[in-house]
Design a protein around this ligand. Structure first.
Ligand code: AMP
Ligand code: MG
Length: 440
């Protein structure tokens, strides 16, 4: 799965951010399509061209509450000389067999009701006396249709051209037209169109199922008291939420203690519901770097091609990373570093594009922009590392928040962008234009 053998040799044995990303994206494939109910398909990528089976609207219908009449019967009608027509019945929305409108007649019609046979146009109720026999009124009237039966007569004070206030059959889409093209992302308006043309299910790529595991014997669930040396597990919340935000169905697995056997069996149990696994922590060179220990073993024990490779990236934060696949189905696994900012930045750069690739999206990256750096002093960045600093981006400017420390969760919570400082840049003066990743 890994292209380690073919990557260009880096003198100091570090992978570049781009090489690592390329390695991941070349290994991850869009999920196989399935048929889903409309609401389950929200946010998914359509894989079929959907054609229109019947025209919309399916029949000529009224766009107003009013009277369905013949054009000749209201020709020349005005305030002084209204047309007086016999009201022969009601046509409500859903009427299957509407009354026929003959010469000198009108049918009371509601919005969305079919234009009855014999009628050629619709006059809105505001142009009439509403069948109340009140006589002419000047100006635009605010009127509603009389609540009682439609018998009797209606006075019409204005003429109308043929098919006025009529929504023609097929004026929205025609039978045989392309409703939605394969590749369309199904948002609310697209689901509306599918429903309108009568589709109950559609063929889409499913949302990827992403399992998030954090590791660390020091981790305690939020809501529980901290003992000496303990901290609350924040990574699994950040990354589960971020996975959801990227369009995944995300499962948060509680923090796993730094024990290789426990981690291995926990991961094995999760494989059944995972299209992608994400772990945090335990990937550096410390004595308790459990992910490295557990997955290197699992890699060896698996059939050929499966296994996780641990590498160091020319990046700050987020230097130690693992990537590979696991289990008989070769589920991709990204092992992220444990520091909260490192794991979140790593997620944005590597996991999010992987999730979006699994989803079948072609636009997998966060948008980027250029912004003028606003700061009191120059930013410092280590040579040979691509640095990602947290920033607040607005109006073409970006201001760093917090420092470079990868434990600064509070600053991360205020940021809406990552400031990218390239490998060959060691200092950025205020006012300089920098690249920013917009976190949305
Ligand atoms: P590690 O990579 O496991 O050595 O973790 C690096 C640092 O990140 C340590 O200070 C950990 O306590 C902290 N850390 C690891 N996992 C989490 C987590 N899930 N939530 C918050 N902090 C964590
Ligand atoms: Mg740890």
């Amino acid at each position: 799965m890994s292209s380690a053998a073919t990557r260009p040799a880096a003198p100091d044995d570090l992978w570049s951010v781009d090489e690592h990303l390329e390695d991941i994206l070349s290994a991850v494939r869009p999920l196989e399509p399935i048929e889903l109910q409309l609401l389950d398909a929200q946010g998914c990528v359509l894989v079929e061209d959907v054609m229109v089976p019947v025209s919309l609207p399916p029949f000529d219908n009224s766009s107003m509450d009013g009277y369905a009449v013949r054009v000749a019967d209201i020709a020349g009608a005005g305030e002084e000389f209204p047309a007086v027509l016999e009201v022969v019945g009601d046509v409500a929305a859903g009427a299957a067999d509407p009354v026929r409108v003959g010469p000198g007649q009108a049918a009371r019609i509601m919005t969305g009701a079919p234009l009855p046979p014999g009628a050629e146009t619709v006059v809105p109720v505001e142009w009439t006396d509403g069948g109340l026999g009140e006589g002419p009124v000047s100006g635009m009237r605010s009127r509603s249709l009389a609540p009682q039966g439609a018998e009797g007569h209606v006075h019409v004070y204005r003429s109308a051209a043929a098919r006025a206030h009529v929504r023609a059959r097929g004026s929205d889409v025609k039978a045989g037209d392309l409703a939605l093209e394969a590749g369309t992302v199904l948002g609310p308006p697209q689901l509306a169109l599918l429903a309108a043309i009568g589709r109950g299910t559609v063929r889409v790529r499913p949302r990827p199922r992403v399992v998030v595991l954090s590791t660390g014997s020091e981790l305690v669930q939020p809501g529980e008291e901290l003992g000496p040396g303990q901290i609350h597990d924040s990574n699994s919340f950040a990354l589960t939420a971020a996975a959801r935000d990227a369009g995944a169905i995300a499962y948060r697995v509680g923090a796993v203690a730094d024990d290789a056997e426990t981690l291995r069996s926990t991961i094995e149990d999760q494989l059944i519901r995972a299209d992608l696994l994400v772990t945090t922590g335990g990937v550096s060179v410390g004595a308790y770097d459990v992910v490295k220990e557990a997955l290197s073993y699992a890699g060896d024990a698996d059939e050929a091609g499966s296994g996780v490779e641990f590498r160091r990236l020319a990046m700050q934060p987020g230097k130690p990373q693992g990537f590979g696949s696991i289990g008989p189905d070769h589920i991709p696994l990204l092992a992220l570093p444990g520091n909260p900012v490192s794991s979140y930045v790593s997620f944005e750069l590597f996991v999010r594009p992987a999730i979006r690739t699994l989803s079948g999206l072609t636009d997998v990256h966060r948008p980027r922009a250029r912004a003028a750096l606003t700061a009191d002093e120059a930013l410092r960045s280590p040579r040979g590392r691509r640095q990602f600093l947290r920033g607040v981006h607005a109006d073409g400017k970006v201001t760093p928040v917090g420092g470079a420390g990868s434990h600064l969760v509070a600053a991360l919570a205020r940021a809406n962008a990552l400031i990218v400082v390239p490998e060959d840049v060691e200092s950025v003066e205020p006012g300089t234009e920098v690249e920013v990743v917009l976190l949305g």
